[in-house]
Design a protein around this ligand. Structure first.
Ligand code: HSE
Length: 437
């Protein structure tokens, strides 16, 4: 059979990884896809730059529009990232009746509803496995492998850079900025690394996971998001003293009143598998009513692991090109006319246990005042730890672990505690999830 021609937009870390994997494994890939895959053209900002892949076998251009207009390219692989230009190019490719493979989570999370609708109208596929979890095939697993389940919870470490930083701070006692620089050097971080730090990248990915797990539209603006920027080595140490690890989690839960979507640092009991996922690795816990808890683990960022998912999508599209176009797996797992308008819960309605880190002036009655406030709001305490005061301070660090409560009550408790004279600084709050992996 004639080879399938593809066009690539972007030859950065993931673009070059994709070229390398397609070339290195060409024989295996064509045996799987049923046809050879050849790159017709690739666009890159600077075609003269030396890069980490062999570009001699295809045409290299500056203008990405030349790729989406290429007469022979049946599949466009979008790896430039970012939102606006990528949206324009992908919609143009779809309008030209080309199938699209993308690793762009911002694009799918923010513009996915529009893009899928255009794809549906034009009878083309938009595949985005590499957008979540790097090399882990979590989209396919939820959309196809777990299609028989009612999913009630997803909890995952879905930003490799953030996990790499937290692991480096904990295990090597390194500074935040130094580990971040290393993550950038290794090609893990986003072009704008603030997306990794402030939780935006994880929120993009959680938006996608929640949509395909629960059959709801993509609603990125409804994800409650906190990043890892405020975490210190002391926080990590105090959590460790209590038998917990701090991980940056994306959580989507089906609750009786609606769906929680949240991204934030989270204490996880040390014995949980998720607590032991380190470095750039990602892991996603999916709980289905039939299958029970399943955990999906692998490299969450980096050139070859992300290319692994991109190439898998290209193979899927190539297979689909020779099969019934009406019988494809729906983009968001559920048929487009069956997406549900389920309520997305506000932050006040979240339910969680909490790790509170406060500094208290060392005098009788202060702890009693704090615990009375918690008791008045029906918040039960699981553990309290008073640490030695640092020699240059007149306050003592106090760590409190609570049982589950509504976020609304915790917010009220924190504002009352912070109003006490003996608590001179804001209280740090990190949510705790006990999970069952
Ligand atoms: N910057 C992302 C991460 C890349 O670190 O997880 C993979 O999406």
């Amino acid at each position: 059979m004639k080879p399938v021609s593809i066009g690539i937009l972007g030859l950065g870390t993931v673009g070059c990884g994709t070229v390398n994997v397609l070339m290195r494994n060409a024989n295996e890939i064509s045996r799987r896809a049923g046809r050879a895959i050849q790159i017709a053209m690739a666009a890159t900002r600077d075609p003269t730059r030396h890069r980490g892949c062999d570009t001699s076998a295809f045409e290299l251009v500056r203008d990405p529009h030349a790729v989406v207009e290429h007469a022979d390219a049946q599949v466009i692989v979008e790896l430039i990232g970012g939102e606006q230009e990528a949206r324009e190019l992908v919609l143009k490719a779809i309008g030209n009746r080309k199938h699209v493979v993308t690793a762009n989570k911002a694009l799918i999370a923010v513009h996915g509803n529009e893009i899928f609708e255009a794809a549906q109208r034009n009878g083309v596929v938009v595949a985005f496995e590499a957008a979540v979890g790097g090399g882990i095939s979590i989209i396919k697993t939820i959309r196809e492998g777990l299609a028989g389940n009612r999913i009630d919870q997803i909890a995952g470490i879905i930003n490799g850079t953030g996990n790499f930083i937290l692991t480096g701070m904990r295990d090597q006692g390194r500074e935040f900025d130094e580990v971040l620089e290393e993550a950038q050097r290794l090609g893990y971080a986003e072009a704008d690394p603030s997306f990794d730090i402030d939780g935006t990248d994880a929120a993009h990915k959680l938006t996608i996971l929640a949509a395909i797990a629960f059959g709801i539209p993509l609603q990125h603006d409804r994800v409650y998001t906190e990043g890892i920027g405020g975490l210190t080595r002391e926080d990590i140490g105090h959590a460790g003293d209590l038998g917990y690890q701090i991980k940056h989690l994306g959580i989507a839960k089906r609750m009786p009143e609606g769906i929680e979507m949240r991204v934030h640092p989270t204490l996880i009991p040390q014995r949980r598998l998720l607590a032991n996922v380190n470095g750039v690795m990602n892991a996603i816990l999916v709980n289905g009513d039939a299958v029970g808890p399943t955990l999906h683990y692998g490299a969450g960022a980096g050139s070859d692991p992300t290319a692994s998912a991109v190439v898998a999508d290209i193979v899927d599209v190539v297979r689909a090109l020779t099969t019934d176009p009406e019988n494809r797996v729906p983009h968001l797992a559920f048929q487009p006319d069956s997406l549900a308008d389920v309520k997305i819960l506000q932050q006040d309605d979240f339910e969680s246990a909490y790790f509170l880190s406060l500094n208290a002036i060392d005098r009788p009655g202060v702890l009693a005042d704090v615990t009375r406030i918690l008791a008045d709001l029906q918040i039960s305490i699981e553990a309290i730890l008073q640490k030695e005061p640092p020699s240059n301070e007149d306050t003592v660090p106090v760590i409190i672990l609570t049982q589950e409560t509504r976020e609304q009550y915790m917010n009220e408790a924190l504002s009352r505690i912070e109003a006490l004279d003996a608590i001179p600084r804001p209280v740090k709050r990190i949510r705790v999830e006990h999970l069952h992996d």
